[in-house]
Each structure stands twice: as structure tokens, then as C-alpha cells.
Write a protein of this length. Structure first.
Length: 141
């Protein structure tokens, strides 16, 4: 099961209570927060943006090899990443995806655009049309 979780490094900033967050496996994801809670929230956002950018420019997602505090993008972003990554490896056209989900090509184009929000039911349908299933888990915050 793929989770899009990556290890983050939290380093105290000069500002008391603040943290800078980096990801050894995703060097483009750098952010900071005024406290640990904000730093974790900003880290999830920065990671999601970086991973979507990788897919947008055709760069493969890195393997998660580092150890540390694991951070995942927000669930909606992770689902969007899963749809785009699955499509890129499915070997089908946007037209074929549109046909499989019963939508027009314009809808499929928006579905695959990292900068356009997509409702969860459509992402679930798209993944199913490409032979994948979205699995949702629960863990302590």
C-alpha cells in the first residue's frame, strides 16, 4: 500500500518555538512554522505541493528512504497524487480515462490537473477505472 509518507527533519529556528522543516527524500519541500503544530501542518502542505510538482513536470516520485517523523500530504492531495501517478503509469490516454469514468475529456483533463481540486468520488472512480482502489486508514495524530 502506498501512503506518500516521507520523513521530515524539524530544526529549531532562531525565533523561539519556531521550526524549519525539510525532507531528505524531497529536497524541494522546505517550510517552517511558529510552533511544532504549525510546522507539521505546513510540512504536509509543502510535501503535497512538491509531490504534485514532480508529477506535473514528469519527474518520478522519490522513494521514501530516510527515517524520522513521517509526514503525509493532506488526504485530498494524497488522493490527487494517487490519481495522477496511476494515470501516468496506466498507459492510457485522457480520452480513454474519460470514457472509462463516463465523463468528457475536459473533465478528465481537470481530474489530472494538479492545480484543480477534484471531489473524492470522481477520484475514487478514476482509480477504479485504472484498476486501483483507494484505501483510507486511521492513526493517532
Amino acid at each position: 500500500m502506498k501512503t506518500y509518507a516521507y520523513a521530515a527533519t524539524f530544526e529549531p529556528t532562531e525565533k523561539q518555538g519556531g521550526f524549519t522543516v525539510t525532507f531528505p527524500d524531497v529536497p524541494e519541500a522546505i517550510t517552517e512554522g511558529d510552533d511544532m503544530a504549525e510546522a507539521r501542518e505546513m510540512a504536509a502542505d509543502a510535501l503535497g505541493v512538491a509531490l504534485l510538482t514532480y508529477l506535473e513536470i514528469g519527474k518520478p516520485l522519490p522513494d521514501a528512504t530516510a527515517e524520522g517523523a513521517m509526514i503525509m500530504p493532506d488526504p485530498e492531495v494524497a488522493a490527487k497524487i494517487a490519481v495522477i501517478e496511476t494515470f501516468q503509469t496506466a498507459g492510457i490516454s485522457r480520452s480513454e480515462l474519460a470514457r472509462r469514468i463516463g465523463k468528457d475529456e475536459k473533465e478528465a483533463r481537470r481530474l489530472l490537473d494538479p492545480n484543480v481540486s477534484t471531489k473524492l468520488p470522481l477520484m475514487v472512480a478514476a482509480l477504479a477505472a485504472m484498476g486501483k482502489r483507494l484505501v483510507i486508514g486511521l492513526e493517532a495524530a
